[in-house]
Design a protein around this ligand. Structure first.
Ligand SMILES: [Zn+2]
Length: 411
């Protein structure tokens, strides 16, 4: 039976969002945590954007060295041949691609404004797929931007053309969050009854329905016999009201009513949910909402008499799933005494003290000083204190870390 895979787009849709930024090191940490969670794929950036190049290549190195074990790293670009050419020039070992172009009347008429018509959209897309295949791409997905407002017949034509030239998947983009669970189920079933192609579901939250529509869209794909890849973002960030929240989508498939027969990728492990959510919140500078599913501070809190009494008698009275499964419930120590931190102006003594506490040892003084130098750069790069996992990452993979924060504008 077809399966549900999670394809996280925090490092693309998340970071292109107004007021949400991640440094290249922070994007790398998100990839590492996604990998530990057993997430199938990460849309990890923009291969045609110059400041991404070192980060993108460095993360492919991490995958090559099996530091990133299973997570597929894929690049997003416009579905035009010149973007594909630039992407492979910048990131030669790129293997997974998403090629995006608008398919709705609204966007073809009012965004392209006569520069490209309906035939032109399909021609650009098929040419781009052809170029990507020629460059050795392993998986190519074509993104129908604004699919939810596109004419179904045109989407079918678009999907058929994509499949014919060898695209492996179609991304159904609910770009404006317009779909409802009812409409997306019908529309994806409509496409798949005409063209059988694995589907990516990309829903936005403008109506507060991103998770619900993603679940319904995935159900339509599986009911029609194809694998489905749900696009998510950590903590539900993303353009405007956000994308489908990573943890909520996973929880829905694990515990939602009526979804038992829809199998989630069995590599998924929620144990790192708490960690990735907290890390992203720190990196984005956006608090986790108190009522966020699974990871909000009220997600397992009970106060009113009847609820507290019920939860204490049997957690299942008022908790659908266990906090332990999400990696919660462990004591977190906060040192309230003297605290030596390491930053962009640190010296070797303080640096040594911090790493001793992390139980990281250096071969000799030379190595310690080299790592200190990199840690100083990492702090300049992040502009905030490094978390333990970042400090360990820099010490363990100094050459890759160096590439990640090396940037030289091409102008
Ligand atoms: Zn989007």
């Amino acid at each position: 039976m077809a399966k549900v895979y999670i394809f996280d787009v925090t490092n693309r849709d998340g970071v292109q969002t107004s007021r949400i930024c991640l440094s290249k090191l922070q994007k790398t940490m998100i990839n590492l945590y996604l990998d530990e969670m057993g997430i199938f794929q990460s849309e990890y950036g923009f291969p045609t954007t110059n400041h991404e190049i070192n980060y993108l290549n460095a993360n492919l190195n991490l995958a090559e060295e099996k530091v990133i074990k299973h997570l597929r790293l894929s690049g997003w670009m416009r579905a035009i041949k010149s973007d594909v050419d630039t992407a492979f020039k910048n990131v030669p070992s790129l293997k997974y691609l998403n090629l995006s172009i608008s398919t709705s009347d609204q966007m073809i008429k009012h965004k392209f404004q006569g520069k490209i018509d309906y035939k032109g959209v399909i021609k650009n897309m098929t040419d781009a797929v052809g170029a990507a295949k020629q460059k050795g791409a392993r998986t190519i997905c074509v993104n129908a931007e604004d699919a939810s407002r596109s004419r179904l017949q045109y989407l079918i034509e678009f999907a058929a053309a994509a499949k014919e030239v060898g695209a492996h998947r179609l991304r159904y983009c609910d770009t404006l969050g317009y779909d409802t669970p009812v409409s997306i189920y019908e529309r994806i079933s409509g496409i798949l009854s005409a063209v059988k192609i694995p589907i990516e579901i990309h829903c936005h939250n403008d109506l507060g329905l991103a998770v619900a529509s993603s679940v319904a869209g995935a159900k339509a794909a599986i009911d029609n016999g194809v694998d489905v890849y749900i696009n998510t973002c950590v903590n539900g960030v993303g353009e405007r009201a956000g994308n489908a929240d990573l943890i909520s989508v996973i929880l829905a498939f694990k515990y939602g009513s009526g979804l038992k027969k829809y199998k989630l990728d069995d590599r998924i492990n929620l144990k790192r949910a708490w960690k990735i959510s907290k890390y992203a919140s720190y990196a984005f500078d956006i608090p986790i909402a108190i009522n966020h599913p699974g990871v909000g501070s009220n997600a397992f809190a009970h106060e009113s008499g009847i609820h507290a009494d019920g939860a204490l008698k049997d957690r299942r009275n008022y908790e659908l799933y266990d906090f332990e499964e999400l990696g919660r419930g462990e004591l977190e120590l906060i040192d309230t005494g003297r605290n030596i931190t390491v930053g962009e102006y640190s010296g070797i003594k303080g640096f040594r003290n911090v790493y001793e506490k992390l139980e990281v040892k250096f071969r000799d003084d030379k190595e310690a000083r080299e790592i200190l130098e990199l840690v100083r750069y990492a702090n300049v790069h992040n502009q905030k204190s490094l978390v333990e996992d970042e400090l360990k990452f820099v010490a363990k993979h100094p050459d890759i870390a160096k590439l990640i924060f090396t940037m030289r504008p091409k102008v």
